[in-house]
Ligand binder design. Sequence first.
Ligand SMILES: *[C@@H]1O[C@H](CO)[C@@H](O)[C@H](O)[C@H]1NC(C)=O
Ligand SMILES: *[C@@H]1O[C@H](CO)[C@@H](O)[C@H](O)[C@H]1NC(C)=O
Length: 350
Amino acid sequence: MFNTPFLLSFSLLLSFPLLFLFVPRILPPRHVPISLPDELDDLALFRRATLASFGDGATLSRLGTTNRKPKIAFLFLTNTDLHFAPLWQQFFQNNEEFYNIYIHADPYSKITPPGGVFSGRFIAAKKTQRANPTLISAARRLLATALLDDPLNSYFAVVSQHCIPLHSFKYVYESLLLKPISDTRSSSLPMYRSFIEILDDEPQLWDRYNARGKNVMLPEIPFSRFRIGSQFFVLTRQHALVVIRDRRLWRKFRLPCLNLNSCYPEEHYFPTLLSMEDPDGCTHYTLTRVNWTGSVNGHPHTYRPLEISPQLIHKLRQSNSSYSFMFARKFSPDCLQPLLDMADNVIFRD
Ligand SMILES: *[C@@H]1O[C@H](CO)[C@@H](O)[C@H](O)[C@H]1NC(C)=O
Ligand SMILES: *[C@@H]1O[C@H](CO)[C@@H](O)[C@H](O)[C@H]1NC(C)=O
């Protein structure tokens, strides 16, 4: 005869596999960062931007033969006030024909519109959060809106509310658009390339790859093609289009993470996609300096007012590539005044 404890443990044992079979169907998924209506909204926007840009891959080269000047689209991705708006305001001053500004501000946070060059520059935005793919969506929304808005937008620079410029607008514009690629490794490289960090040898890469579960990224993204880099980049128009057209990699990157400690999808999606699609069209480094020494909780070193000096600006500009760093992060909001104090004599003098 079976005794009761035996029966009990036997039925428990039996129920385990059943649990695995049925629980995912009974309970809704724990974490759905991007709803179907949001996803469809985005798809419609990306489709419109793709159609409108059809055949404009040659915009930059055509521009050479007309007197219409290419522009840089500055894409501000924020969930707070734009603390450094007055500094950026000075950066943009008197260059109206050469740039456009677009701001994606989390609609769930209270933001004081900064006015000046920023007025009317807010785009249709959706909620953004750390540790899930909403930051990728926000950046893609910015790219698509800027692609649609002005065919002269030729470079697309993503910055955050914690970023500051390290050079004058003129310096940035001329470096990007008038004397491009002085560090050409071979004459077969395209004239204009994207400035995006693309790394493949970081120690945390394996955990990041498996953040959504083991082998989930296959077959689209084998580990050998998975990359890491900063989410703050400067893309060519052609690459902005590559990003908003992508459906294949997005299907994987939009999946929620199981391991939230290794969940930074926006640091992987863009470098992985572009290194698969057009590695030679990317410089593989970023123009935005960030100090990871002593980082806390995935946040880099945040500069405080007492650290701000002309020497710091000069040090932050120094890079190992032939391009100087043009932007830097992160700075605490109260750095604004010390930065403004040396804007004319240090930051914008180059
Ligand atoms: C980077 O941050 C560390 C503190 O975490 C600081 O000691 C160092 O001076 C910073 N480096 C630069 C170039 O600012
Ligand atoms: C430049 O390269 C050196 C040597 O690899 C490295 O120690 C340094 O941090 C690099 N500087 C920057 C700004 O990346």
